[in-house]
Design a protein around this ligand. Structure first.
Ligand code: ATP
Ligand code: MG
Length: 424
């Protein structure tokens, strides 16, 4: 992408309405623009980041045999009346009437819709377990939308749903999602802390939230320091959940050897048995021809919230420091050569674009200093400067956004350099 074509602006100052760093930086780099309270437009840079996060979430869901699909945003109220949640959900639900006065709603979550769908397609216990998911916009009329996309009213969520024949197999499924979630957050460059959670409006008896540490997080956390060790993913579900972790009112202040911190909830998983399959009559026939209500679970990840959560985890006073896999651009090429005939920047841009997706070339009519500042603010892992060193020694100056370290590489070296080996 040539930055002369990119729809973006950078702001030197933080807009006053933004209280936390991620919100400030998302506005300063034109990632998002508020349309109205808690509802945002995703501008090109923000949209790239959102898609990159979504893709990592998707790959992890696919790896456990979860089927991607897409359910509608608008739902009929009928199923919610059957499950009893139409009244329970309260003011957070956006209710709509169509021209025929049918009661519709903008989906805040999809348990009812997916349960009603499943019952028409799977009739035999032989087809179980099955997992379905989608990445879709949700609407919850939050009483206090705040911190930008961290707590929006319209937000992007990955929500998965599982169907098992009995409790035991549903618990195995739950553990599979639990491990998949840990891997997902690690792949996003985050350090997840699983916390046993209250089940709230979704219901059920087994539930964990996945929190990531951030000073500005909305939840207070207390956790065993072993939960942030490098080998967490190699431990079993039982080992991990036997370690102490709690949030907010569940914190036991008398516990010793625990770390107290603040966290952002980026995922939440639930096992709720037959809570929805019973009222919505989602059952299969077992080998004796008897009706068995399916045991279900649901598994959410806040995809749009993650854009902000990752910034909370990775920034400094110059701006954002994106993990390589999330960054809207992997390498930003800046030419400081004056002679218009020189095309070293274009050549390098073409070469690197063959190797990596999402390379940017800053061909805007701005000073070198301003271009470097923008590259730092936007948080691109690598900036390649073609300047004096190129004229004199045919070398490119490569700046690592995270360490500030500079490397001087020849044509050949820059082509073979492993840019993906980058720690934010
Ligand atoms: P919270 O406790 O933060 O209000 P929740 O428990 O209501 O969240 P879930 O129903 O568990 O949320 O939704 C799954 C995930 O969706 C959450 O873990 C969170 O990452 C994300 N999420 C929920 N509400 C919002 C929101 N208003 N804005 C952005 N992301 C959200
Ligand atoms: Mg929750």
């Amino acid at each position: 992408m040539k930055l002369s074509n990119l729809f973006f602006n950078t702001l030197k100052e933080s807009p006053k309405e933004a209280q936390i760093i991620s919100h400030q930086l998302m506005l300063r780099t034109s990632m998002i623009r508020q349309h109205t309270s808690g509802i945002y437009t995703w501008l090109p840079i923000g949209f790239r980041v959102l898609k990159n996060i979504e893709e990592i979430v998707r790959q992890n869901q696919d790896s456990i045999g979860c089927n991607e699909m897409l359910m509608s945003t608008i739902q009929s109220s009928e199923l919610w009346k059957k499950s009893g949640r139409y009244s329970d959900y309260g003011k957070e639900m956006l209710r709509i009437h169509d021209r025929h006065d049918n009661e519709l709603l903008y989906g805040p979550t999809n348990e009812e819709v997916v349960t009603d769908l499943f019952k028409d397609y799977v009739n035999s216990y032989k087809g179980l377990p099955k997992y379905l998911y989608h990445v879709q916009w949700k609407f919850r009329d939050e009483i206090r939308p705040r911190f930008g996309v961290m707590r929006g009213r319209e937000f992007l969520m990955k929500d998965a749903y599982s169907f098992d024949l009995d409790h035991e197999s549903a618990v195995d499924t739950y553990k599979k999602f639990f491990k998949c979630y840990l891997q997902t957050f690690l792949d996003l460059g985050l350090q997840p802390i699983p916390v046993k959670a209250a089940t709230g409006a979704i219901g059920g008896d087994l539930s964990h939230e996945f929190q990531i540490l951030a000073k500005t997080g909305e939840s207070e956390l207390a956790y065993d320091s072993k939960l942030v060790s490098d080998d967490l993913i190699d431990k079993s579900y039982e080992e991990i959940t036997s370690m102490y972790s709690a949030s907010d009112e569940m914190i036991d202040k008398n516990k010793s050897d625990v770390v107290i911190g603040r966290g952002i909830e980026v995922g939440h998983i639930f096992n709720f048995g037959t809570k929805y399959s019973e009222p919505l009559e989602c059952y299969v026939l077992n080998n004796e021809g008897k009706r068995i209500n399916l045991h279900m679970g649901s598994y959410g990840i806040g995809v749009s919230r993650l854009t902000a959560a990752i910034i909370e985890a990775y920034h400094d006073d110059k701006g954002i420091k994106w993990p390589f896999q999330i960054s809207p651009f992997k390498i930003n090429i800046i030419s400081a050569l004056k002679d218009e005939k020189l095309t070293a920047d274009q050549d390098l841009y073409l070469k690197l674009s063959n190797k990596y997706k999402n390379i940017s070339l800053d061909d805007r009519d701005l000073s070198l200093g301003k271009k470097i500042k923008d590259s730092e603010l936007v948080g691109v892992p690598w900036t390649v400067i073609i300047g004096k060193n190129h004229e004199q020694n045919n070398q490119y100056e490569i700046i690592n956004r995270s360490t500030g370290e500079k490397l001087f590489l020849s044509d050949n070296e820059v082509e073979n350099f492993s840019f993906e080996q980058y720690t934010p």
